[in-house]
Design a protein around this ligand. Structure first.
Ligand code: SF4
Length: 111
């Protein structure tokens, strides 16, 4: 005998449920990956080579005169990952995350 709440599941309903669960899992995995990556150290030689700072307000304007106030990692084309995270991957520094408030001379305007 069927449970009184048992209803037939349509193929469309089943596929929608699978898609929702898969999408939620992908977002969770992406967040977890960002959270697990180490933060880029400003003293890392690769970071120092491009003047990376965790706060764009700390940019050495004499050394990097091309810096324009308002530029930061969060509005840089190189930033990857999920919006809402304070530290996210950057294509310039594989395996690390950078502060969204940061900046380096690799800053590239979003298109
Ligand atoms: Fe930040 Fe862009 Fe430099 Fe990466 S390339 S550290 S996102 S400014």
């Amino acid at each position: 005998m069927d449970h009184p709440d048992a209803r037939p599941v349509s193929r469309r309903g089943f596929l929608q449920s699978v898609c929702l669960v898969t999408a939620a899992g992908a977002l969770t995995l992406r967040d977890a990956v960002s959270d697990e990556l180490p933060r880029l150290d400003v003293k890392d030689p690769a970071a120092m080579a491009v003047g990376y700072v965790e706060h764009a307000s700390e940019v050495n304007g004499k050394k990097y005169p091309a810096y324009v106030q308002g530029e930061n990692c969060e509005n840089c084309l190189q930033l990857q990952g999920q919006a809402g995270n304070n530290y996210r991957p950057c294509t310039l520094f594989p395996g690390k995350v950078v502060a969204i408030t940061g900046w380096c001379s690799g800053w590239t305007a979003e298109m």
